[in-house]
Design a binder for this molecule. Structure first.
Ligand SMILES: [Zn+2]
Length: 76
């Protein structure tokens, strides 16, 4: 039984890491990877996920804490 729990935990961590990596790639240090414009904070959802858009209306949503420098402290 124990190995099953360990397996599940490893899977969860693995998917968290790959999610974060994907977001980090999309976030691209604050620059839209499609057109090179800066991401603009567009909306913050109730769970704290940030929606960004660029000048050319590309979107990205960031749920991990990878956009610290740019996020506006809306929900204190
Ligand atoms: Zn763009």
């Amino acid at each position: 039984m124990q190995w099953l729990i360990i397996f599940v935990i490893v899977c969860l961590i693995g998917s968290m890491i790959s999610d974060r990596r994907k977001e980090r790639k999309q976030w691209n240090k604050g620059i839209c990877p499609y057109c090179g414009k800066e991401w603009i904070l567009y909306d913050v959802d109730s769970s704290g996920g940030r929606m960004y858009r660029c000048e050319n209306w590309h979107y990205c949503s960031i749920t991990h804490n990878i956009d610290k420098k740019k996020s506006v402290k809306k929900n204190m």
